[in-house]
Design a protein. Structure first.
Length: 177
C-alpha cells in the first residue's frame, strides 16, 4: 500500500512539473501588450512615422531630420511627409519565437536604412541567431532595394517575420523598388 501511495504522489508531481515547464518554443510570456506595440489583433498598423525635406543630408537613423514624433503603439502611423523622405514602421509580425517589427527609411525613392524595432530575444540562442541574421537581412534589403530576398539559413522564422514587416512598411509607403 505504501508503494502505491508513493508511486501515485510521484506521478502527480511529475505531471504537474511537466505542465508547468515553459519551453523555448512557447515564445514570449503572455500576449503582446500595448507597451510592446501590440494590439488586440497582435500587431500595430503600418504607418509613416516621419518625413523631412532635410533628411537627405542627415545620416539615416540620426534623428536629426525627423520632424514628427513616432507613432503610439497600436495606432496607424502619422501621414506627415515632406518631399520624398519617409520613415515607415511595418506591422508587428507574430512568429512562434516572438514578435518581429522593422522600420524602413526611404530617401528619394531608395531604401537607405532598415532598423529592427523588435526581434525575438527570449533566450540566449535567439540573441545569438538574431545578432547574425538581422544585419545580414538589412544588408540584403539595401542591396536588393526590396523585400524580395532569401531568408537566412538557421533563422527562417525570424527572417520571414522581418520580411513580412518590411513588405508591410514598403506597401504603406507605396514604395516601388
Amino acid at each position: 500500500m505504501r508503494r502505491i501511495t508513493m508511486w501515485l504522489v510521484a506521478t502527480v508531481a511529475v505531471v504537474v512539473l511537466l505542465f508547468s515547464y515553459r519551453t523555448s518554443t512557447m515564445g514570449p510570456a503572455g500576449p503582446a501588450s500595448a507597451a510592446e506595440g501590440g494590439t488586440a489583433e497582435g500587431g500595430t498598423a503600418p504607418g509613416i512615422v516621419s518625413g523631412s525635406p532635410g533628411a537627405a543630408a542627415d545620416p539615416p537613423g540620426s534623428g536629426a531630420g525627423d520632424t514628427a514624433p513616432p507613432t503610439a503603439p497600436g495606432t496607424p502611423g502619422n501621414t506627415a511627409k515632406a518631399g520624398t523622405d519617409l520613415v515607415v514602421n511595418g506591422t508587428v509580425v507574430q512568429t512562434r519565437w516572438g514578435p518581429v517589427q522593422v522600420q524602413v527609411h526611404i530617401i528619394s525613392g531608395r531604401i537607405t536604412d532598415v532598423t529592427a524595432l523588435q526581434v525575438p530575444n527570449g533566450n540566449r540562442r535567439d540573441i545569438e541567431i538574431n545578432s547574425f541574421a538581422v544585419p545580414h537581412l538589412r544588408s540584403e534589403v539595401l542591396t536588393a532595394q526590396s523585400a524580395d530576398i532569401d531568408v537566412v539559413s538557421g533563422a527562417t522564422v525570424t527572417s520571414e517575420g522581418y520580411l513580412g514587416s518590411l513588405q508591410a512598411a514598403l506597401d504603406s509607403a507605396h514604395f516601388k523598388g
